[in-house]
Design a protein around this ligand. Structure first.
Ligand SMILES: Nc1ncnc2c1ncn2[C@@H]1O[C@H](COP(=O)(O)OP(=O)(O)OP(=O)(O)O)[C@@H](O)[C@H]1O
Ligand SMILES: [Mg+2]
Length: 153
């Protein structure tokens, strides 16, 4: 499905709504150019997952984790992992394994969201939710996901 947002706040709202459609064990793979809205979406997602701490771009760190005390969709969800692979150029697979991410993917107490996820496409689970971001001029962003929920509004 596809949505068009007209401001950063609208993208956050979309992320927040998305949070109510996923459960522990979900893996979200985000794709899109610099400044297309991936981190902004994750800020809304975190808000929707009951995370109070501000989500910032993990510039020098590849991965950040955020704990939540809120029960979502009666799942065992506890920890959001935010991974940004932008700076990873060489040995992507080795780095990925080094970070120990394979062990947290798909666990029912985690939600993992990955920016520049196309770099690890082959390493992600089959049921990964892909979300594509596109800057379509000014403050407009087109967001396309592989899941056809959130069709209303
Ligand atoms: N509709 C919109 N949705 C999201 N962000 C928007 C929108 N309109 C304007 N913006 C602005 O665009 C920028 C998006 O930055 P953001 O960090 O979310 O992008 P990103 O895809 O994570 O980039 P990077 O690949 O560098 O991590 C922000 O400055 C935000 O305020
Ligand atoms: Mg970002």
């Amino acid at each position: 499905m596809e949505v068009l947002t007209k401001s950063a706040e609208e993208t956050k709202k979309f992320g927040e709504k998305f949070a109510h459609q996923i459960t522990g064990g979900s893996v979200l793979a985000l794709v899109g150019n610099l400044g297309s809205g991936k981190t902004t979406f994750i800020q809304g997602l975190a808000r929707g997952l009951g995370i109070k701490r501000a989500v910032i771009s993990p510039t020098f760190i590849l991965m950040r984790e955020y704990e939540s005390k809120v029960k979502i969709q009666s799942s065992k969800f506890k920890t959001l992992y935010h991974i940004d692979l932008y700076r990873l150029e060489e040995d992507v697979e080795r780095e990925w394994i080094g970070l120990g991410i394979q062990d947290i993917l798909g666990k029912n107490d985690t939600i993992v969201v990955i920016e520049w996820a196309e770099k690890v496409k082959e390493l992600l689970p089959k049921n990964t939710i892909w979300v594509k971001f596109e800057n379509v001029g000014g403050d407009n962003r087109k967001i396309v996901t592989t899941r056809n929920w959130l069709t209303s509004n």
